[in-house]
Design a protein around this ligand. Structure first.
Ligand code: HXC
Length: 311
């Protein structure tokens, strides 16, 4: 019996099915909303050819209660794996909104918890690229228990490895709690949202008209709630900024941050500092002018720059 041949044929068939799943029709749907696909995001984020996807062929759990149709897709709406970013080991998951709205079913959640646990074991940062309608309604409480495990893992990894969330579409319902528990949150302006439920549900339940931006857009979370630390105008710039940001972080709590060569832009004795800080203590000055004199040129990466004082 040609066992190897048979297994290989199944593997090829599954790969073909996966390719079909990520059809150009699905990609166009994402692009028409100003969003990239989960694959395109992963490809942009990781050094070329380094990303190793795991559990690509798993399928959704059969639901205990018949709430509605679960699409029998490979991967269950999330890509998980590890690779290199600027040469450093990083773990990531990327939710695929084109599969049941990136909603989280039991298998989807198990993929995320697996990669979280791998990141902790290896002492490497983990990045979540979020694009999800929250708990998968069709799977009922099974998806809720999945969230409990994800939240628990975030807490267990807190202070040990960097955990970063990048909101690249809706993060609704259960999908919005976990980013808020992580260390840093990036959002894309006008295409990403963090809210407990979307404007259509708000209209249906409360009969209130709200826009996605007004309910939980990037500006709201960067300026008012303080949940978003960094916001950018499109996904490409968000990912570029994220890669730069990572270069400041150690991989875990026992490693030192990456060392870079001194660029020579900071003189040993800087007279400009004397002119920036006024002698009169009642006179205001911009402390960023001081910071930019003491750190390497163009190296200051501000966190929560847009955050407004609580009124
Ligand atoms: C299953 C979902 C889904 C969900 C969206 N979809 N959310 N399927 N479970 N939670 C599906 C839609 O049915 C649709 O399928 C496809 O995803 C795209 O959704 P659209 O509504 O067409 O997209 P859009 O207009 O961009 O709106 C996206 C959205 C909206 C804002 C996320 O779908 C929305 O408000 N969804 C409900 C969000 C919500 O209330 N989640 C809470 C779940 S309970 P088709 O087949 O039509 O393409 C929860 C509790 C957690 O999370 C508690 C944790 C402890």
């Amino acid at each position: 019996m040609d066992v190897l041949g048979k297994n290989f044929k199944v593997f090829i068939e599954r790969q073909e099915a996966l390719k079909k799943q990520y059809s150009s029709k699905n990609a166009e749907k994402q692009h028409s909303k100003g969003k990239l696909t989960a694959h395109e995001r992963i490809n942009l984020l990781f050094d070329s050819g380094t990303f190793e996807e795991i559990d690509a062929f798993v399928t959704p759990a059969s639901q205990p209660v018949e709430f509605g149709k679960v699409e029998r897709t490979y991967g269950d709406g999330v890509i998980v794996g590890h690779g290199k970013i600027n040469g450093r080991l990083i773990f990531a998951y990327a939710q695929d909104f084109t599969i049941m709205g990136g909603s989280l079913g039991l298998v989807h959640s198990k993929k995320i918890t697996k990669i979280q646990e791998m990141a902790l074991k290896m002492g490497a940062p983990i990045i979540g690229l979020m694009d999800s309608g929250g708990a998968r309604i069709q799977e009922g409480v099974a998806s809720l228990s999945g969230y409990a495990s994800i939240f628990q893992n975030i807490i267990s990894s807190s202070g040990i490895i960097p955990q970063i969330s990048v909101i690249m579409g809706p993060a609704a319902g259960g999908a919005v709690y976990s980013p808020a528990l992580t260390d840093f949150v990036f959002m894309v302006n006008h295409t990403s949202y963090m809210f407990v439920t979307g404007p259509n549900v708000v209209k249906e339940v409360l009969n209130e008209d709200v826009t996605s931006d007004g309910l939980g857009g990037a500006e709201v979370h960067a300026r008012k709630s303080g949940v978003a630390n960094m916001i950018y105008d499109d996904e490409e710039n968000t990912i570029l900024a994220l890669k730069k940001f990572l270069s400041y972080l150690p991989s875990n709590n026992v490693e030192n941050p990456p060392v870079v060569a001194e660029d020579g832009s900071i003189p040993a004795y800087n007279e400009k500092l004397r002119d920036i800080v006024p002698d009169d203590p009642n006179k205001a000055y911009d402390v960023k002018d001081v910071i930019n004199q003491v750190v390497d040129r163009n190296s200051f990466f501000e966190i929560s720059e847009l955050s407004e004082p609580v009124s």
